[in-house]
Design a binder for this molecule. Sequence first.
Ligand code: KG4
Ligand code: ZN
Length: 342
Amino acid sequence: RTEPLVLGIETSCDETGIGIVRGRTLLSNTIASSMDEHARYGGVVPEVAARAHLEALAPAMEAALAEASVSLHDLDAVAVTSGPGLAGALMVGVGAAKALAVSLGTPLYAVNHLVGHIAADLLTGEEVEYPTVALLVSGGHTSLALVRDLTSDVELLGETVDDAAGEAFDKIARILGLPYPGGPEIDRAAATGDPNAIRFPRGLSRASDMAKNRYDFSFSGLKTAVARWMEQQEAAGAEISIPDVAASFREAVVDVLVTKALAACADHGVPRLLLGGGVIANARLREVALARAAEAGVTVRIPPLTLCTDNGAMIAALASELIMSGRRPSTLDFGADSTLPV
Ligand code: KG4
Ligand code: ZN
């Protein structure tokens, strides 16, 4: 089977990603982020993200082609994220991908962003084995999936019922007076804190929750608990240790993520766990996941962070895999679907 040369376009959130792969080989992965423009709002502003994609796409594409040393006319296919994500942001990528595919006369593949995160693992150069459980955690999603076959059998087991894990980090950082994005800031502050200083709630983790919402996540109660704790301490005039609050909050998030991911592995008899999404940068999450997975006999795979955060290469990798499995291209009548199911 021949290995297709595929260009992937990712614009579902604030990263404009253009990636080029040949088969499972990564040739380039260019990312332009509008993160700085959102910082003063404390979160991603959809309209700002969409406009930034429009400006960044063509230069990012030129850079990706140059880095891969290929020309547009060499491409066997164009791939694009059609959802889930921010509607306006997705539309910019989808429009660009259609224009490109039509003008080049190449097949076009519309792919799912979450499955793209799982496909990122194909580009590490290591042997990939299925089935695997995948835990995807970022500012936009917190999802647990069972992957029996990347191209034909990805089952969403659960997801967040309110905030995404990264979003929780960003919101708590704001409460603690730390800048956006809050994940890295909290991680840093937590390094010198005591994770057991304050016992914050683990969302959807009581026995009744584990029966009904076993693989779902909830972080809004945790956010409220941290905010209330801070208010109480301030009202009492007590000295607040930001490192202790950060470490205790981080521990609560990490505990739930790892517990539920390993429950999914155990329930389905799957000894493999793949991690993806920007929150995977979290030092404690990696540490706890590796330690508890080892105890449970589960192998953990963590692709390099540039492949874990939103990027175009993972979109190209997924399309490449679909092509090699014989999947037909998408017809040109697809749109941007902000809630596209897995
Ligand atoms: O995947 P990503 O770059 O973009 C999307 O959200 O799609 O993830 C960004 C999110 C932000 O919410 C950020 O605060 C969080 O990931 N994050 C972290 C860390 N680094 C980034 N969260 C916890 N700990 C970190 N070290
Ligand atoms: Zn993502």
